[in-house]
Design a protein around this ligand. Sequence first.
Ligand SMILES: [Zn+2]
Length: 236
Amino acid sequence: MKVTKHGQYLTMLTRYPLLGPLNCFFVREEDGLTLIDTTIAKSADDIVAAARDIGQPIVRIAITHAHDDHVGAVDRLRELLPDVQVIAGTREARGLSGDQTLDPQERAKSEKGGFASIARPPDRLVEPGERVGSLEVIASPGHTPGHIAYFDTRDRTLIAGDSWVTRGGVAVAGTMKLLMPFPHMFTWHRPTAIESARRLRALNPTRLAVGHGAVIENPSAAMDRAIAEAEKKVGA
Ligand SMILES: [Zn+2]
């Protein structure tokens, strides 16, 4: 996997950098690394090797959402790292257990995308507002019903999962872009995705890191343009 460093705390690991990039991230903490998402199953060994190169252990895995290109390596990583703690949002944990039912108040009719189950439930469930090390959990439903983002309170880096896409241009999930259509096609409820995009923009992130595409520095203006474009397309 391609490894790139962004600022003091963030390292991005990218599988298929030229085709359809799949990203996961290390965030440095004093007790080790938090891995955010995992890409696909065969990345597990590369992820462990990259941590070894950095010289810090992976102490926890924090999941943004239950799509298979984000949680595919969780089971294998648990085998390789028996002490690692797996963390997911309370709502999204249902998807991780193979249950795709929606709550009555959830507005769209069905889930989209390739959901992946993991063999054992997460070790810790989190709600928006809770902390995972230096990261604050931010609600960002829309791409999936229980999607969460992680906001580094030290330097305002936003790790947005698939709430935002930067491949093919900075875009809100659900706003089709030709170069990277899949995160958009597999977005569950577009008006909810736009609400979440506004919430994430309001954090005034200094850096936007996503599941598919490059890390964007000083993303506010691009995020404003993308929200306006999404509002026009979706009519929200
Ligand atoms: Zn996704």
